[in-house]
Design a protein around this ligand. Sequence first.
Ligand code: ADP
Ligand code: MG
Length: 243
Amino acid sequence: MTAKLSLRGVRKRFGEVEVCKGIDLDVDEGEMVCLIGASGSGKSTLLRCMNLLEPVDDGVILLDGQDISEPGLDPQPVRQKIGIVFQSYNLFPHMSAAENVMLAPRRVYGQSREELRPKLAEMFGRFGLGDRMDHYPDQLSGGQQQRVAIIRALAMAPQIMLFDEITSALDPELVGEVLDVLRDLRGQGMTMVLATHEMGFARELADKVCFLDAGRILEQGPPDALFNAPREDRTKAFLARVL
Ligand code: ADP
Ligand code: MG
């Protein structure tokens, strides 16, 4: 079976510093893969390479077996298929939640507000925001804004979703409601890659956990194996710090 997304020997450098040092990773359709590792280990850069926000210096990225990382290819169609959500939700403050969400599908797919509204109402409802569509970002909590940012990415009907520490900026009591959205998406069969510090969540829901250390995947496996029986000393040391 071809993986949904495959990375082979992916390298990325910023100036003199190599930040991804030959990453091999397979993400199967419907899988949730969690990237864990210390700050600076390369999690964000790897996610940004996956949807071509950063060009890779070497190696290939395959989506359904097709090389998407070739220099010179238009990244736009790939970014529509691979959505990304960041720690900072970056909603436009002068637009309502619904307008924020409709912006890209209106521009890119030429969909009308009338066409989009029922589909979005369903998503807002599902994520506990049924009565918040016409609120402005400053009328929403951080957890609500982050859920709107997730709906905004989903509105493009992506095949894969990337999440970069999307709960890290939230007050602790708001983390759960955002993780619930991920749990729901996983239940729907969305293919997902998350950089996360939520070890309990990764342990509960990930199909595969990858421990990144200085730009390499030092160890990867099912959460049970990785959390309960890590093989590498550096993985053990990291887990001892965060668990
Ligand atoms: P993580 O998400 O695991 O904290 P990052 O991917 O953000 O790791 O960063 C990995 C390394 O790459 C860090 O040393 C960081 O300073 C460096 N880095 C990330 N983005 C850039 C950039 N745009 N320019 C230069 N260095 C960068
Ligand atoms: Mg990061």
